[in-house]
Design a protein around this ligand. Structure first.
Ligand SMILES: [Zn+2]
Length: 238
């Protein structure tokens, strides 16, 4: 059930027997010359939809919250179309959304994150909510990290706008993927360097992996295993 499609009396009725709300969070940012700016929201939205369907099959109902589209994305901000929200603002905004869900009575809030730059602000936001609402548990799921082993059994590499993310987008919205422009390589630095334009070195054209081997079949396999595993974790069978 998607919260934005419910009336308030329907919501009030549902929350009596639903204790988990899933909140997808992403970013509007450059993903190479081949993926859309909304990639980091499209992916968790699709995973969330599949998790909800699988849980329904297991007899567990959850509520899907409308996503948070804008995230914190310092490194990729050197490319046009990246809309970077300051870390403090994102932390405060997501914290307030979680406080409201906690006050509504939900006992588990699942942050389904699609973007690496959101990680630290989301942890800090979750800690503040957990302090205020000891009865509430917050899960932070970074799908491409938490299920890396599964992903790397499907893809030969992964990375920003890389083989895994491109495959997922080919499975979800193939018409938005320009495979003829899909190129890149893995780059890293020995220590973390924070500099205004570091993104141009580490993410040339907004890519940090070779996306050319991406396929819709790989994307379907990733979406399937990730959503199955998250659903089982939420159902307490994981
Ligand atoms: Zn991404």
């Amino acid at each position: 059930m998607r919260i934005e499609e419910l009336t308030w009396p329907e919501f009030e009725e549902l929350k009596k027997h639903v204790d988990t709300v899933i909140l997808p969070i992403g970013s509007v940012e450059a993903h190479g010359r081949h993926l859309p700016l909304g990639t980091d929201v499209f992916a968790p939205l699709e995973i969330g939809k599949r998790v909800e369907e699988r849980l329904h099959g297991l007899g567990v109902e959850v509520l899907m919250a409308p996503p948070v589209w804008y995230g914190h994305t310092f490194v990729l901000d050197v490319y046009p179309g990246t809309i970077n929200v300051a870390s403090d603002a994102l932390k405060a905004y997501v914290r307030e959304i979680m406080r409201e869900f906690a006050a509504e009575g939900f006992r588990r809030i699942v942050l389904l994150n699609g973007h690496g730059g959101n990680h630290s602000p989301l942890v800090l936001a979750a800690e503040e909510v957990a302090e205020e609402f000891p009865e509430v548990e917050i899960w932070l799921i970074n799908w491409w990290i938490d299920f890396r082993e599964d992903i790397l059994s499907i893809c030969s590499s992964q990375g920003h706008a890389g083989q895994d993310e491109t495959s997922v987008m080919l499975a979800i919205r193939p018409e938005l993927v320009k495979m003829e422009n899909a190129r890149g390589e893995r780059r890293s630095s020995r220590v973390r360097v924070i500099r205004k334009d570091i993104g141009r070195e580490l993410f040339p054209d907004g890519v940090n992996d070779d996306p050319s081997l991406a396929t819709a079949e790989k994307g379907e396999a990733i979406l399937s295993v990730v959503s199955e595993k998250i659903a089982r974790l939420i159902a307490g069978e994981g």
